[in-house]
Write a protein that binds this ligand. Structure first.
Ligand SMILES: NC(=O)c1ccc[n+]([C@@H]2O[C@H](COP(=O)([O-])OP(=O)(O)OC[C@H]3O[C@@H](n4cnc5c(N)ncnc54)[C@H](O)[C@@H]3O)[C@@H](O)[C@H]2O)c1
Length: 358
């Protein structure tokens, strides 16, 4: 492919404005934004204004057919992801798909099937797995896999708005017709019911949290220590806002904790314990760019002391690393590590956890 990859974006809300557009502008030698789509005319016009000649669409079906688009970034609500991805694949466009890939396994399977019959590639936007500190932790954990005695996955954060409203000034939609908003809610609830058998209440809220926040953690856990054999238990409290679970890995157990409180913070980490070392990865909020992901190693220092080493190999944002990987995968025709099939495992875990909560 000569020149930058030309990107069309479906969904121009928070993650597009705060994260993806700045990353694409930073990587302007590799990417050019040529088309935008949103159901809000005001958001579309405002987000598109700085991009000379950008094509603006209210309907994703027109964007994916646009000949100026080589690849599609999918950032609209989760229950619409599969429609856009399948249409983009059929139009011969590569896709970077925001997590969660979908709400139901049937949607995931439809995308996997469409991709398998095409010459294009879908990369899932699990940016935490592209952070260099995490990649280094994966290499360390691989060397001690048989010695692991305990693991932990922890994600307790404040409401996104407490960070976004303080650090960004984004265009928000005030002009989406009520019927479009109602249809989005109906579609999400319908798909949650298809996935776990209920469309409201605490368990449905817990499933939505598993897909939205915890898909990141589940995905990173799988790359770090593999797919668990089974969910030992899973429980939700506070109307589905706090989740606890344990995964059976045979010779060790991995504890899982997730929740949304009212403190403007972001406490997300993974830990792997062996009898002689603790390997830990800490993430910060994605809504403030270039906050480094950190790797910490804790071990004995002589007979009486302890060594604690924290490092980050780069300050560059993990979304930029994700886009660089996307560029390599498109131009070198390689498969991403975050494929649709890989991400489907997180939907299976979310489904199994929701079932244990029943
Ligand atoms: N990787 C991450 O850390 C991360 C962070 C935030 C969000 N996300 C994911 O990105 C996606 C978008 O999240 P967001 O926070 O930007 O949401 P948002 O609500 O801020 O933005 C979504 C945008 O899509 C538009 N939209 C709604 N329906 C549409 C349709 N049918 N076609 C085109 N546009 C439509 C809305 O008008 C809105 O502008 C979600 O899947 C979310 O899970 C990922």
């Amino acid at each position: 492919m000569a020149g930058p990859i030309r990107v069309g974006i479906v969904g121009c809300g928070e993650v597009t404005q705060i994260i993806h557009l700045p990353a694409l502008i930073e990587l302007r030698a590799l990417f050019a934004v040529t088309a935008l789509c949103d159901v809000s005319p005001s958001v579309l016009a405002s987000v598109g204004a700085p991009f000379a000649g950008v094509h603006l669409f209210a309907d994703y079906r027109q964007l994916v057919e646009d000949p100026t688009v080589d690849a599609v970034l999918v950032c609209n609500p989760d229950a619409y992801h599969a429609d856009v991805v399948v249409a983009a694949i059929r139009a011969g466009k590569h896709v970077l798909l925001e997590k969660p890939i979908a709400v139901t396994l049937a949607e995931a399977d439809a995308m996997i099937s469409a991709e398998s019959q095409s010459d294009v590639m879908v990369q899932v936007g699990y940016m935490r797995r592209y952070a260099p500190a995490f990649v280094e932790a994966v290499a360390l954990a691989a060397k001690v896999r048989g010695d692991i005695v305990l693991a932990r996955v922890h994600d307790v954060i404040g409401p996104n708005a407490t960070i976004i409203d303080n650090t960004s000034n984004i265009y928000r939609a005030g002009d989406i017709p009520d019927s479009v908003i109602a249809e989005g809610r109906r579609r999400h609830a319908e798909r949650v019911k298809e996935a776990i058998g209920v469309d409201g209440g605490s368990r449905a809220a817990a499933y939505s949290l598993l897909l939205s926040l915890s898909s990141h953690a589940l995905s990173a856990m799988r790359e770090l220590i593999g797919m668990p054999e089974r969910v030992i238990y899973a429980a939700q409290r506070d109307c589905g806002r706090f989740l606890s679970a344990a995964f059976d890995y045979g010779h060790f157990v991995c504890h899982f904790e997730a929740g949304v409180d009212r403190i403007p913070h972001f406490d997300a980490h993974l830990e792997v314990y062996t009898p002689t070392e603790i390997i830990r990865v800490d993430y910060d909020t994605p809504y403030v760019r270039h906050l480094p992901t950190r790797l910490t190693r804790i071990g004995p220092e002589t007979n009486a002391g302890v060594s604690v080493q924290t490092m980050f190999p780069t300050r560059n944002d993990s979304f930029v690393a994700e886009w660089r990987a996307f560029h390599r995968n498109v131009t070198e025709k390689t498969r991403p590590k975050t494929t649709l099939e890989d991400a489907r495992n997180d939907m299976v875990l979310a489904r199994d956890m929701a079932a244990k909560m029943a």
